[in-house]
Design a protein around this ligand. Structure first.
Ligand SMILES: [Zn+2]
Length: 175
């Protein structure tokens, strides 16, 4: 799915050396991402593009917040994002073994679309499991959850009881 914003850099007219670009990711980007867990956000992506005769090196730095759903209470969670990623494009026009970091561009290309790489940068910066900080979950859900836990407390196994008692005693004070 193509996002509504354009993250294309026309590099053919650029001189060799470093060039800075900034992209602002807002709601349309997250809506178009196809990632169900991304509900929205506001992220600034700073790209430093280092151009040489045969390579383009794009260093991306994404900062801001992404709105996710808490895995525990399902309420919105504003996750502070700080992600960095490097992507290298070969301009030699020769077919090279592409790997995750090096992509060969066709000799006729004069621009690169970074959308895909920006997605990757964000995806890698977000944790697989995302939950609110302790005490920050939806209090209503918290109430229901604690009730459920109490109701489903299994009949204690005597062996666990012994362990629990040990735990409650805590560490012995050092003398
Ligand atoms: Zn939560």
């Amino acid at each position: 799915m193509e996002p509504l914003q354009d993250h294309t850099i026309a590099f053919s007219g650029l001189k060799d050396g470093e060039h800075a670009f900034r992209f602002i990711l807002e709601q349309p980007f997250f809506d178009a991402s196809g990632e169900e867990e991304w509900e929205g956000g506001n992220v600034t992506v700073d790209v430093t593009l280092d151009k040489s005769a045969s390579l383009l090196v794009a260093n991306m730095h994404a900062t801001g917040t992404v709105t996710l759903r808490c895995d525990r209470c399902n309420a919105p969670l504003h996750f502070p994002l700080n992600g960095k990623q490097r992507q290298i494009f070969s301009l030699s026009g020769e077919e090279q073994m592409d790997d995750d970091e090096l992509v060969s561009l066709d000799a006729r290309e004069h621009s690169i679309n970074l959308t895909h790489y920006i997605y990757e940068c964000l995806r890698l910066a977000l944790p697989i499991r995302h939950v609110h900080a302790p005490g920050q979950c939806d209090p209503e859900v918290e109430k229901v959850l604690s009730k459920l836990i109490v109701e489903h407390e299994p009949t204690p196994d005597p062996r666990w009881e012994v362990l629990k008692e040990l735990k409650h005693e805590g560490p012995k004070p050092k003398r």
